[in-house]
Design a binder for this molecule. Structure first.
Ligand code: ARG
Length: 585
């Protein structure tokens, strides 16, 4: 169904057209001053400017035309030419009746199945996932959900880091520690053991130690580089070890992402494009895009109007190793070839902005991506602790995602106990609710912000059942569910509007524009804002209205219908940001 403001914009647009002005000036928005009007149109000022007329006169002409339309109960002009509009209850009711039981809460899909690839998550094999990967995953997954709901073929790809120098560091370290292992015997031609010789804990211990060592010890770094190149050339024993790293890392990643309710359509990694790299570089060389520079092979991506030095995109290092940018360029080639997307979105830490600028310039310059393929880096800010510094554990280390989720769950249990929620439930159900509360808290705290900003991770605040938090929203949704259950609600009956509930009905009509804004700007926070505003408005309505004891049966049914519509919007909005609501709490 066409959204209410779109319908109103059409009516206003016709009025402008009747005055010989462009229909686009008729755009209607929700009123800034709900105390004065429900809607407003600011187009008279711009229209007057374009037609060199007086804005108030233009507004007056438009209003005269609109007066012939009986859907408005009040139309007036404010200030220089703002047109304020209020609908009759009959008109409002006609629209709202269409929303009852609407499977998409009145929001039509606007896309036609165009493909958008989203690159988020990006965990690294053999390294623990940390809070940066948390932000990428939950923001990326939410944007994927919103795009999918809008009708795009949205494909989420985890794009694991599985091919970099860290692999060489691990392998060379294991070779130093266990030179006798069959993986390091160059003459061995048999099969390698099916069981991994190392655990995730071993890898987590090795990586930070060797990575620190390589920063000070040039010879050790050289060993790691060499092992990386050998691995990339698929030296058998190294490759077999690497496979083990991937398997055990994947198990840990899948555990984390299941807990977070984050979904990926593709579980690809840097390795998947390895075989595309050599032919790609050859091709770029033959076309003159890739050239030699100080022993390396690079693409010059500097533009004439750059005001600063802009480094070239390095495809092969002097030692023949490939770079982060090489795999990203080859991945664009693969994605364009296999999915033909209209856009590729990268939800990655904003500190990687230069890297993406280099890769995108390289892809456009070399025509690996056509001009009409949008390549966008959606950079998010740093997650800080309550001290305002990048989030660390008490001992100063990087906090593992797994530990962070566990902390959230412990806190949620504490909160639920304090509120005496679920006292009579089974232990299993309580644990399940605590997990949902924890994930809602973590996700909502992140997603309610404009993600490009840094944000403060404050577990105490985000798990509260009061204020703008995930648990507050879950609680409100569950409360409505239980109201409807108690009342034995079934859809049907007439919508009755009154001063007590009209504002809430109007808020429900805002959803299509909320989602449209979120899609255009890739901003899940506007969906969070809507959910919170709606939950708050419902809560105060509910506090002032005795629904269950209402004697007028038609009025009671109408309020229950309103409650069901609010619940449906809360469920949809929370689902779009990846938050699950418990059945009860
Ligand atoms: N693995 C990278 C990291 O941990 C993130 C990957 C982001 N995606 C990409 N296509 N570069 O920083």
């Amino acid at each position: 169904m066409t959204s209410l403001v779109t319908q109103l914009s059409d009516i206003l647009g016709q009025a402008f057209a009747a005055e010989g002005l462009d229909t686009s000036f008729g755009r209607v928005i929700f009123s800034d001053r709900p105390d004065l009007a429900q809607f407003q149109c600011n187009g008279a000022m711009a229209a007057a400017k374009a037609a060199k007329k007086n804005p108030r006169e233009v507004a007056t002409k438009i209003v005269e035309i609109l007066k012939g339309n009986n859907i408005f109960s009040k139309i007036d002009i404010a200030g220089p030419g703002f047109i304020n509009l209020t609908l009759t209850d009959v008109a409002l009711k006609t629209y709202i009746s269409g929303l009852v039981d609407h499977p998409r809460c009145g929001v039509d899909p606007t896309a036609q199945g165009e493909t958008i690839v989203l690159d988020y998550g990006g965990p690294n094999v053999a390294k623990p996932m940390h809070v940066g990967h948390l932000r990428s995953s939950i923001i990326g997954d939410s944007i994927r959900r919103i795009l999918k709901f809008t009708g795009y073929n949205a494909i989420g790809d985890i794009h694991m880091g599985d091919w970099g120098t860290q692999m060489g560091m691990m392998i060379s370290e294991l070779e130093i520690l266990h030179p006798e292992w069959v993986y390091f015997d160059p003459t061995y031609t048999g099969d390698y053991p099916a069981e991994s010789p190392v655990t995730m804990d071993d890898l987590e211990e090795i990586y930070p130690r060797v990575s620190a060592l390589c920063k000070t010890d040039e010879a050790r770094l050289e060993q790691s580089r060499k092992a990386t190149v050998d691995l990339q050339n698929k030296r058998r024993g190294y490759y077999a070890l690497w496979k083990h790293f991937v398997t055990i890392s994947l198990a840990s990643m899948k555990r984390n992402f299941t807990a977070l309710n984050v979904h990926f359509d593709l579980w690809k990694g840097e390795t998947d494009v390895h075989d595309l790299i050599a032919p790609m570089v050859d091709d770029l060389k033959s076309k003159g895009y890739a050239v030699e520079s100080e022993g390396a092979i690079v693409v010059h991506v500097k533009k004439n109007d750059d005001t600063k030095e802009f480094p070239p995109l390095i495809l092969y290092k002097r030692d023949g190793g490939v770079m982060y940018g090489t795999t990203d360029l080859a991945t664009i080639l693969e994605r364009v070839r296999d999915y033909d997307p209209v856009k590729i979105l990268y939800i990655v830490d904003k500190r990687q902005a230069l890297h993406f600028e280099q890769v995108f310039r390289g892809a456009k310059l070399t025509k690996i991506a056509r001009d009409d393929v949008e390549l966008t880096h959606l950079g998010y800010g740093t997650m800080n602790g309550t001290d305002g510094k990048p989030f660390k554990t008490r001992s100063g280390g990087v906090l593992k995602l797994e530990d962070l989720i566990a902390m959230g769950k412990d806190k949620a249990i504490e909160r639920l106990d304090a509120a005496k929620v679920g006292d009579t439930f089974s232990e299993d159900e309580k644990a399940n609710i605590a997990m949902k509360v924890a994930i809602a808290a973590i996700k909502f705290a992140d997603l309610q912000n404009n993600f490009s900003a840094d944000y403060v991770f404050d577990l105490d605040r985000m798990t509260s059942f009061e204020g703008k938090t995930g648990p507050y929203l879950l609680y409100q949704a569950v409360r409505i569910k239980s109201l409807l259950e108690k009342a034995g609600y079934k859809a049907g009956g007439d919508i009755l509007l009154s001063d007590q509930d009209r504002a809430l009905y109007l808020m429900i009509t805002e959803l299509p524009e909320v989602i449209d804004t979120a899609v255009r700007n890739y901003t899940p926070h506007v969906v969070c804002d809507h959910a919170y505003k709606l939950a708050q408005a419902f809560s105060s309505f509910y506090g002032n209205t005795h629904i269950l004891s209402e004697e007028n049966a038609a009025q009671k049914q109408s309020w229950l219908t309103l409650s069901a519509m609010v619940l449906a919007q809360l469920e949809l909005s929370l689902d779009l940001v990846g938050i699950e609501i418990p059945a009860r709490m």
